[in-house]
Design a protein around this ligand. Sequence first.
Ligand code: SF4
Length: 92
Amino acid sequence: MKNKLKRFATSFLPVAENRRGECIRCGECCKLPYPCPFLRYDEQGLSSCAVYRFRPPSCRKYPRTADENVTPATCGFYFVPLTELIPAKEPI
Ligand code: SF4
């Protein structure tokens, strides 16, 4: 529940620029801390949201940062080290 409150409070902040990957519809983030009543699964076991167009920012942006990613084992998103985002210096 603590993590859910944190994600709600920070959901209006931008997604970290070091996030990579994409949602692979595992549905694990829709069970935090209990299964969302709008969570659905198709016959292939892929998740979807019954109110997708109207989902809250905390769902739209999950996982917003590496610290807020509590489903790293299954989530299709991942975070590269921030040092990889620093452009190489031009030779003088
Ligand atoms: S945990 Fe990641 S891959 Fe799984 S449904 Fe949520 S955003 Fe998509």
